[in-house]
Design a protein around this ligand. Structure first.
Ligand code: GUN
Length: 278
């Protein structure tokens, strides 16, 4: 029976630390403001944006929300970002993804000043991560590393398997595990013998976007399983990419959904906002 990795509790600890750091910065006369841009009314995005703003309020970071309609033109969004880049009252900028199909995400991410890129998505920050230079780390993968460390799970020398190769999670996740001296394999939708490879993992990170796909048959006895997925089931409940009930019998550690990786993403965003203000 696996031990539960309580992301909510660990995130709360991190937010307490950040709260103290914010107090210090404000006492020194520094400003910390996060600008959040949301284009359209995607319900999941609205929930995430609200949670990010709540976290800001809790730790003492000012936040401003720029809500734009679905039909906003790409140039209009780029102009908003340009203004925010030049605004000394804004230290961090976050454009909530996904964007409507007529807007090129890549172009928008590149438009954000790398010094204000608290998501860590700008190619400059991605490049820094790749070569081990200091920069903004993407919040979800950075949160996963924190979860492992807080839970006393050693990464060095371990077989780490990342399921998924997205720019937001899979790719940066693999780089961060490598930085921690893990032996890293990335598997994806075209991988042959997926199960054979995931079953080798001491640390299995799942970010494939398929509800409850990973069952006990994919997991080695005693593995640590981190579930990055989040989906709403027909009955209204949330679930991850991992079949929790099945895998909890095989794994030594497992994250729940909700209450695992999600709260950590937000806690790490608060961390990045402090970095941006410094
Ligand atoms: N959409 C899903 N995850 C994220 C994230 O970490 N940052 C942003 N900006 N959008 C997202």
């Amino acid at each position: 029976m696996a031990r539960l990795i309580d992301g909510k509790k660990i995130a709360a600890q991190i937010k307490e630390e950040v709260k103290g750091e914010v107090e210090e910065l404000l006492a020194q006369g520094r400003k910390i403001c996060l600008a959040v841009v949301q284009v359209g009314e995607d319900p999941a995005s609205s929930v995430y944006v609200r949670n990010k703003q709540r976290a800001c309020e809790y730790v003492g970071i000012k936040s401003v929300l720029k809500k734009l309609p679905d039909e906003t033109k790409e140039e209009e969004l780029l102009a908003v970002i340009k203004d925010m880049n030049q605004d000394d009252g804004i230290q961090g900028i976050l454009v909530q993804l996904p964007l409507p199909a007529h807007i090129e995400e890549d172009k928008v991410i590149r438009a954000i000043s790398p010094e204000k890129d608290v998501d860590g998505f700008h190619p400059e920050n991605v490049g820094r991560l790749c070569i081990g230079e200091k920069g903004f780390l993407p919040c979800t993968p950075a949160g996963v590393i924190k979860l492992l460390k807080y839970s006393g799970i050693e990464i060095e020398g371990k077989e780490c398997v990342v399921v998924g190769r997205s720019n937001i999670v899979g790719k940066p996740m693999s780089l961060l595990l490598l930085r921690e001296n893990g032996t890293v394999t990335v598997v994806h939708s075209r991988t042959k013998n997926l199960q054979e490879i995931t079953k080798r993992a001491d640390i299995l990170i799942v970010a494939m976007g398929k509800p409850m796909f990973i069952t006990a048959e994919y997991v080695k006895e005693g593995a640590a399983v981190i579930d990055v997925g989040i989906h709403r089931k027909e009955d209204g409940h949330l679930c991850g990419d991992v079949d929790f009930e099945s895998v909890k019998e095989t794994a030594a550690y497992i994250t729940p959904v909700p209450g695992g990786v999600g709260p950590m993403t937000i806690a790490m965003l608060m961390r990045n906002c402090v970095l941006a203000a410094e």
